[in-house]
Design a protein around this ligand. Structure first.
Ligand code: ADP
Ligand code: MG
Length: 342
């Protein structure tokens, strides 16, 4: 009797231990709504819960600092004081602003963080509609990123009416911040997706790379044109399908060409950047979308460690040197033609 009971207790203890092990191996998977979009986290390791909560609260504070639509934040105040005075900024806003200017320079103005008034005019967020050309041209004059002055702990916009909009870069920064928080908890394997800005830490626990799907730009959400395997990297896509409206049968999407003030018509409908940092991937995916196939690919090939997948409006798919044989087209995406050489 006694031995039997002990045996049962041992079996019980063993199964509790095993359950504990499995529980540790299962990732924490969580979805929340932050920065106007869906935040998905998949985290392996024992501090997953604490890390996920810290990421949520840090991202909410970044949203408050950098949103241009709600009063009180740092970038909101910067815009409010355009042409008047300088505004003190915290570390995060200063860093994102500096990077935004740097990518404007690198892309020769294709990336532009002072399109605020034009983005507002097109009303992509609330009341979309095609503005008059005269209004566009008037605001185009204000869209000069060289009017952003950044010093040690403050910044200013030189002219009245100028407004910064960091929508093309801030989600990438937030994904990098999330990765930093995971690492600070000793997490070795994690996946974060902030509205299409993906970043991963390490491999999956089974030692295989994370497989990231690239959205088919003309299919329903979640249908992929192909996949790319990654480790310790970020994958960010800009596309004309993410936010747009149609007028008179024409598509008007949310990535503006800073030279014209109209949605970019570069012949590309989707640009994906794969690289180690998500802020870089975010800024560059927006920039190359505006630059088009040849100039965009030239820029990608000129920066060490940056790879890309471009899709044209006639359904051709181009990848940079480093993704040849790595990016895999899905068999279901027949409409698209993969091109090795350009
Ligand atoms: P998403 O926000 O859909 O992930 P992007 O990273 O490409 O896509 O950013 C698009 C956003 O960036 C727009 O909604 C707008 O706020 C801003 N934006 C639009 N055109 C430009 C541009 N040429 N340079 C920088 N930011 C831009
Ligand atoms: Mg971007």
């Amino acid at each position: 009797m006694k031995i039997g009971k002990l045996h049962i207790l041992n079996v019980l203890a063993l199964s509790i231990m095993l359950a504990g092990c499995f529980a540790n191996n299962a990732p924490l998977e969580k979805e929340s709504f932050v920065m106007g979009t869906v935040l998905s986290q998949k985290i392996y390791g024992k501090s997953a819960k604490e890390a996920s909560l810290e990421v949520e609260s840090k991202l909410r504070s970044l949203e408050n600092d950098m949103t241009v639509r709600k009063p009180g934040g740092e970038i909101y105040n910067l815009n409010l004081n355009a042409g008047v005075e300088s505004v003190k900024l915290g570390f995060d806003s200063l860093h994102v602003l500096r990077e935004a200017v740097r990518y404007s320079q690198i892309s020769e103005g294709a990336f532009n963080p002072v399109l605020g008034p034009l983005i507002e005019l097109w009303g992509f967020a609330e009341h979309p509609g095609v503005p008059g050309k005269r209004e566009i041209d008037k605001l185009l004059d204000l869209a000069d990123y060289r009017d952003i002055v950044i010093q040690e702990d403050w910044a200013k916009l030189r002219r009245k009416g100028q407004r910064v909009d960091l929508g093309g870069i801030v989600k990438g920064y937030a994904a990098d911040v999330a990765v930093g928080i995971y690492r600070s908890y000793g997490i070795k394997s994690a996946f974060v997706n902030l509205g299409g800005n993906v970043a991963v830490i390490g491999d999956k626990p089974d030692g295989k790379p994370w497989i990231i799907g690239i959205q088919n730009p003309r299919d329903i959400h979640g249908r992929y044109i192909g996949t790319v395997p990654v480790k310790d990297a970020s994958v960010v896509t800009s596309g004309d399908y993410q936010r747009y409206f149609e007028d008179d049968g024409k598509r008007y999407h949310h990535i503006l060409d800073p030279r014209t003030g109209y949605p970019a018509q570069s012949g590309l409908i989707s640009t994906t950047i794969v690289t180690e940092s998500s802020i870089k991937a975010d800024a560059l995916s927006t920039a190359v979308f505006v630059m088009g196939l040849d100039k965009g690919m030239e820029l990608v090939e000129s920066i060490y460690g940056v790879e890309a997948i471009f899709i044209t409006n006639d359904y051709r798919v181009f990848v940079s040197e480093g993704l040849k044989g790595v990016f895999k087209m899905n068999t279901g995406a027949e409409r698209y033609k993969y091109h090795e050489k350009r």
